[in-house]
Design a protein around this ligand. Structure first.
Ligand SMILES: [Mg+2]
Length: 402
């Protein structure tokens, strides 16, 4: 089998997605997600101009060799654009191989280690009462794990809280919006939120919270300590992770489990955090971390240190990445949890998929390959529209982490 051609499908069914389709001379094709939220066309161009010409004529079964060729062969390593492009190729090749063997992808990754992939949903509200209500609604839908976010009194717009009653969607068309932030008000508020959620929803529910990189290490340490009575499943991205040592500070002060890595694009971003056991869950994604080939190595390394996976799963990862993450999560031993932020009905229509939700778990389905496709005719009706994630400033105007 040889790679005959490849091309990009850039579309915007409610939000932007970049999808790579690789075709073979035997009629089998594979899909890979190349979406990098807010920088989508950079990855599309990287693939079209620099990667696709190198793929033609290659054996699509040589997944490892092609990964090494694109990573080492470019000379310029890492970075979100490069690694998202490599991921798209890698996932499409795994899809082709599994289809060629007429088996679901998880069987090529070691076979299933569990019956379903535990997922967590996003609950949010403008205040504590609304947030508690939202958590309860997700419990009623069958979720066993829920991330709770709430508007903070005195902070005009908080991360994770939707505007105008719509489902939460951070990417906005047009130029980036700006919001104001106060760590002091947030820190005083969050323990009250979790006290209310825990007492309303009981002890069995897994509760998660995303700090979204907004605190300093010692502020995050304080938050983790104050949240201990509510035994969270994790505290996510407590502080920016470029400096791994920041997590040592947090770790020395609290037993609240820590998850990070959704912005990582290389195993090396996570290496020190894992080997020092400063985190409990690795949030790297298949699409931004270099694909299944790269994440399998990262997950196996993490397993040695009892660090489990908890992959990012926001709507800026297409159903192609969600399917890949579900096959991956079903197969590896040290799977922890998978984020599940459902796509809109229109996105689901453009990307018909086999994965299903049942009683708190997602399952990738038993069809060959990833079990996800793209309706190119429908996708063509929704062309790319420039969109960005928001930007945050402190109350005095200083730019800070969104
Ligand atoms: Mg997050």
């Amino acid at each position: 089998m040889k790679i005959k051609g490849a091309y990009l499908i850039v579309c915007s069914p409610d939000r932007n997605f970049v999808t790579l389709k690789i075709e073979t001379d035997e009629g089998i094709y594979g899909l890979g997600d190349a979406t990098l939220n807010g920088r989508e066309l950079a990855v599309a161009s990287y693939l079209t101009e620099h990667v696709i010409p190198c793929l033609i004529g290659r054996d699509p079964f040589q997944v490892e060799d092609i990964w090494q060729y694109l990573y080492r062969g470019a000379y310029w390593r890492r970075g979100p654009v490069t690694m998202s492009a490599i991921a798209a190729v890698d996932v499409a090749l795994w899809d082709i191989k599994a289809k060629a063997f007429n088996t679901p992808l998880y069987n090529l990754l070691g076979g299933k280690s569990r019956e379903g992939v535990l997922v967590y949903a996003h609950a949010n509200g403008t205040d504590i009462a609304e947030a508690v209500d939202s958590v309860q609604k997700h419990v009623d839908l069958g979720y066993l794990a829920v991330r709770a976010q709430s508007g903070v009194p005195g902070v005009a717009s908080s991360y994770g809280v939707p505007k105008g009653g719509k489902p939460y969607e951070p990417a906005e068309r047009g130029l980036p919006s700006e919001s104001l932030w106060s760590s002091e008000r947030y820190l005083n508020f969050v323990p009250k939120l979790f006290q209310a959620v825990r007492s309303a929803c009981g002890e069995d529910l897994h509760l998660l919270h995303d700090v979204h990189h907004r605190l300093t290490p010692i502020e995050a340490a304080r938050l983790g300590k104050e949240l201990e009575p509510f035994h969270l499943f994790w505290m996510e991205d407590p502080t920016p992770a470029e400096n791994s040592d920041a997590f040592r500070v947090i770790r020395e002060h609290t037993t609240t489990p820590i998850a990070t890595g959704e912005v990582f694009n290389s195993f090396w971003d996570a290496h020190d955090l894992i080997r020092n056991q400063w985190i409990d869950y690795l949030r790297m994604t298949i699409v931004h971390g270099g694909g299944i080939t790269a994440l399998k190595k990262a997950a196996d390394f993490a397993a040695i240190y009892q660090v489990r996976t908890g992959f990012h799963g926001a709507t800026d990862l297409s159903p192609v990445t969600m399917a890949a993450a579900l096959h991956f999560g079903l197969a590896i031993h040290n799977f922890g949890i998978q984020e599940h932020m459902p796509h809109t009905a229109l996105t689901d229509e453009v990307f018909p998929h086999q994965y299903t939700f049942n009683a708190g778990y997602l399952h990738p389905g038993e069809g060959p390959g990833l079990g996800v496709d793209i309706d190119e005719k429908l996708a063509a009706k929704y062309p790319y529209q420039r969109a960005y994630l928001p930007v945050a400033r402190k109350i005095d105007g200083t730019l800070t982490e969104w």
